[in-house]
Write a new protein. Structure first.
Lengths: 225, 214
């Protein structure tokens, strides 16, 4: 019997339950994103035509920084009472916990995006000139790109002394291609000046490569001392 | 279980220095020694949590611990439990890691350590003694043949500790092989089959009785 999907589901449910009770990650992410929305709305005129050009970058940088807060929490939870050791001594496959963590983070960041997007639209007076529906695959693929790498590097930096600093140092450089694709695709949808298909294809390729690599290497990361 | 020429180094510090020993099944071993003697490192290496620098561990006929880990139970000094979840929620989750989707098994494990499976309080609000017992229940979930317990009686009141000793004696009787790392050796005086003394990363003696060595 293949237990892996059951273990992934059980771990995901457990993580959602823990987050629901503590609200550590979601509160911190919301607070951070709200701050970005408000501060930048004072920094430049949101009604200007240029806002359409720059908001794509602003939105994704805000979500990236906010996601780092959740990603830092994801494994920190497993360190309290050394719970991760209970997983390591069990026969459960490493990939199952990784997938569950990545899916959990994806869910939390998507919830954040769902709550914050209307605020971005209102504060920056956004009206898309391109096909808005294309933002769905861009957001889904882009968010997965951030969380799959973030979950992996967060686990890698788990045993380092300053893991909160280590995670962005590892995550940000490797996320540049995905971020570029997300920003350009969002700007394309907002301005309606170019097609998003190339950027979506790039995100698909990025997601496939990094998901496979992370799943392949995670056993080594989990069993590292 | 057998360990052969087991060496574990952390940088320049050798926590285990060529430990070799064989342990018969169905017995209870108390592993004793001062702080830093290598007791916990030995247990963690046998559990597969620490990779030996040199040497081998043979468990249940296999040199590959991952292949037999479903037959081992491990209890560490920290609880290995989520503070925000109830005991039953914790055990349900950890049971799923062993492919056990049986609430009755979880409830039985909790009852075996004299706790109430219906307790709605999160584990973080348990007393230290209750947490230790719940931790033991977690280690028993997969009905292990080998049980590795690291300081199960620390911070536990004498009454709870004696109850745990009684439980260990019953498990030993049922054929389980039990290794207990402890500083409270007297608790196991009438229960342990053998006392294994460690010092400076080595097993220095093995005795049938505690008094002989103290």
């Amino acid at each position: 019997m293949n237990k892996a999907p059951n273990i992934t589901a059980a771990t995901l449910v457990k993580d959602i339950r823990l987050e629901w009770r503590s609200k550590d990650a979601i509160n911190a992410m919301l607070f951070f994103s709200l701050l970005v929305v408000v501060i930048f709305s004072f920094a430049f005129d949101p009604r200007a035509e240029e806002s359409r050009q720059i908001v794509g970058g602003l939105v994704w940088v805000a979500f990236l920084f906010a996601a780092v807060v959740a990603l830092n929490q994801t494994w920190a939870r497993e360190l309290r009472n050394q719970v991760l050791d209970a997983y390591r001594v069990s026969p459960a496959p490493a990939n199952s916990i990784f997938l569950a963590k990545a899916l959990g983070n994806f869910l939390f960041v998507v919830i954040l995006e769902g709550l914050m997007t209307p605020l971005f639209v209102v504060f920056y007076n956004l009206r898309a000139l391109g096909p808005v529906w294309q933002m769905v695959p861009v957001a889904a693929l882009g968010t997965w790109a951030l969380v799959v790498n973030g979950t992996f590097f967060s686990a890698m930096s788990l045993r380092t002394r300053s893991r909160e600093i280590m995670l962005p140092l590892l995550l940000f450089p490797i996320s540049i291609p995905a971020l570029l694709a997300m920003v350009r695709a969002t700007s394309a949808v907002l301005t309606g000046e170019e097609s998003t298909s190339f950027w979506i294809a790039l995100l698909v390729a990025y997601d496939v490569v990094f998901t496979i690599v992370s799943l392949f290497l995670f056993e080594t990361v989990l069993q590292a001392e | 279980m057998a360990v052969s020429n087991l060496v574990k180094q952390f940088g320049r510090f050798a926590a285990l220095r060529g430990v070799s020993a064989e342990f018969a099944p169905g017995r209870l071993y108390a592993i004793l020694g001062d702080n830093g003697a290598g007791k916990t490192t030995l247990l963690r290496t046998v559990a597969g949590l620490a990779r030996p620098t040199r040497g081998t561990v043979t468990l249940l006929g296999s040199n590959e611990i991952r292949a037999v880990c479903h037959r081992i139970g491990y209890m560490a000094h920290p609880s290995l439990l989520y503070d925000e979840m109830t005991g039953m929620e914790n055990l349900r989750y950890f049971a799923s890691l062993y492919g056990v989707a049986d609430d009755r098994r979880c409830a039985d494990a909790i009852r075996a350590v004299k706790l109430d499976p219906g307790l709605e309080r999160p584990v973080g609000q348990y007393s230290q003694g209750m947490r230790q017992r719940m931790s033991l229940a977690r280690a028993l979930l997969n009905d292990p043949e080998i049980l590795l317990l690291d300081e199960p009686f620390s911070n536990v009141d004498i009454h709870s500790a004696q109850e745990m000793v009684g439980l260990l004696a019953a498990m030993r009787k049922s054929g389980k092989t039990i290794f207990v790392v402890t500083h409270q050796a007297t608790l196991l005086e009438n229960v342990a089959d053998e006392f294994v003394w460690m010092d400076a990363g080595q097993i220095v003696k093995r005795t049938q009785q505690l008094a002989v060595s103290t």
